[in-house]
Design a protein around this ligand. Structure first.
Ligand SMILES: N[C@@H](CCC(=O)N[C@@H](CS)C(=O)NCC(=O)O)C(=O)O
Length: 214
């Protein structure tokens, strides 16, 4: 299997975490989004020109959460039993899927407003952060961080008793918590949960995709 990825991408980080947790044998293709050659190569496997992308024996899959689920299901099939990251019970899976969709649709997109304004915009356009956009990002993030914080009250992980794909999907954009000064300090349950995520070998190994190669 081949994974087109890069350490700066929080969407790719989700998949990197699964690769690290399941100890999968993947060839890492590092894509520098600022390089025209890399963009051309990426465009050949994803018409959206975005990472991550997985190639498995001619089967090409893009969208981080779809790749996460595929890798977990394929591993379960090969090993003859599901991994606790993505159990077989359909209601547990539906619950995990719910948080994965929520991560992409709401939580990540609110954080993306702030990472764009506070980190990427200067590099890409040379323009300073727009305070109105920052305020919009903070307001959106507050809405979703409070949902997450409320759900995590009295819980260790998002779904059931084990860490699952749901935790990986939601946690990934928080990799920019410090660099983008994400305003999450007032959410104690979220912070305690994220501290547990940061202790996971999958989180630590996935920071550098090259370090995941077996
Ligand atoms: N919904 C996609 C989003 C992928 C995405 O936006 N990736 C970013 C990096 S975090 C990217 O490749 N951006 C390049 C671009 O938009 O030109 C997923 O979850 O995989």
């Amino acid at each position: 299997m081949r994974l087109y990825t890069h350490s700066i991408s929080s969407n790719a980080r989700r998949v990197n975490m699964v690769v690290a947790a399941l100890n999968l044998d993947v060839e890492i293709i590092e894509i520098n989004l600022a390089s025209e050659d890399d963009r051309r190569r990426l465009g050949e496997v994803n018409p959206n020109s975005k990472i991550p992308v997985l190639e498995d024996n001619g089967f090409v899959l893009w969208e981080s959460c779809a790749i996460m689920q595929y890798l977990a299901d394929k591993t379960a099939q090969q090993r003859g039993e599901p991994d606790p990251l993505y159990p077989s019970d359909i209601q547990v899976r539906a619950d995990i899927n719910r948080w994965m969709f929520w991560a992409c649709q709401h939580f990540s997109t609110s954080i993306a407003v702030l990472t764009w304004e506070r980190i990427w915009k200067g590099f890409v356009t040379g323009q300073p952060a727009d305070p109105r956009e920052e305020a919009r990002g903070c307001e959106e993030l507050a809405q979703y961080a409070s949902v997450l914080d409320g759900h995590l009250k009295g819980r260790t992980w998002l779904v059931g008793e084990h860490v699952t794909l749901a935790d990986y999907a939601v946690a990934a954009p928080l990799m920019y918590r410090a660099k983008a000064a994400l305003p999450v300090e007032t959410y104690p349950n979220l912070l305690a949960w994220f501290a547990r995520i940061e202790q996971l070998p999958a989180w630590q190994r996935s920071a550098d995709p090259k370090a995941m190669e077996t």
